[in-house]
Design a protein around this ligand. Structure first.
Ligand code: GRF
Length: 225
């Protein structure tokens, strides 16, 4: 890591458990991720992830979606809260709200999401259940830039896991989550090191090469934690 480059300020949005948040916190704490987590914001006051952030000494905020009459008003409040922390990147880590086009445009090229499937397969909710019902032999997780299409932005990084014949949602979820915890710190690191960006035509670019397909993550290829 280049000691002369200041860490990239980021804000992380969550809705619940926050295990991906924890993986990011841990990667920063062990000096493997050159970012400063300026704040963790949840749309749910009861999100366990808020406790993880507080424990790590990271400022937290709650913008409770249930207190807003419509999506636009919620997104405006969320945006104002985020802007207070001036992030260079917004990280959606289990943030379970669909965002308005205006919000997405504002953070175009500066917002990443993690999704528990091999996108474009199984966007939306209940991906693990859908995967099991489909009979697919492989599942996984994806990191992508956020665009207006829900779970439809350019995919940057994916990890694959096997699906076994007697699999349950719980077992598959655990297998996928383990990979997620490697994926997010790595993709954020690429962005922080200015190796990863979204170009003006909407393509993800890594190390000056347009990604025609996502990078496949394996433990051997570059785990940070
Ligand atoms: C993860 O499976 C992530 O892919 C999805 O929501 C889940 C969040 O888990 N978007 P956690 O809150 O990070 O533990």
């Amino acid at each position: 890591m280049n000691a002369a480059t200041p860490p990239l300020p980021i804000v992380i949005l969550i809705s619940g458990r926050g295990s991906n948040l924890q993986a990011i916190i841990d990667a920063v704490a062990s000096d493997k991720l050159p970012v400063e987590i300026r704040a963790v914001i949840s749309n749910r006051p009861e999100a366990i992830g808020l406790q993880r952030a507080a424990q790590a000494g990271i400022p937290t905020a709650v913008i409770d979606h249930s207190l807003y009459t419509d999506r636009a008003a919620f997104d405006q409040a969320l945006l104002e809260c985020i802007e207070h922390f001036q992030p260079g990147l917004v990280v959606l880590a289990g943030f379970m709200r669909i965002l308005t086009a205006g919000f997405v445009h504002y953070y175009q090229g500066r917002m990443l999401n993690i999704h528990p499937s091999l996108l474009p397969d199984f966007p939306g909710l209940h991906t693990l259940q859908q995967a099991l019902e489909s009979g697919c032999k492989q599942h996984g997780a994806s990191i992508h830039f956020v665009t207006e299409a829900v779970d439809g932005g350019p995919v940057v990084l994916q990890a694959r896991v096997p699906v076994y014949q007697q699999d349950t949602v719980t077992a598959l979820a655990a297998r996928v989550l383990e990979q997620e915890h490697h994926l997010y710190p790595l993709a954020i690191r690429w962005f922080a090191e200015q190796r990863l960006r979204l170009d003006s035509t909407g393509h993800a670019v890594l190390d000056d090469k347009v990604l025609t397909e996502p990078v496949t993550f394996t433990l051997e290829s570059g785990a940070l934690c």
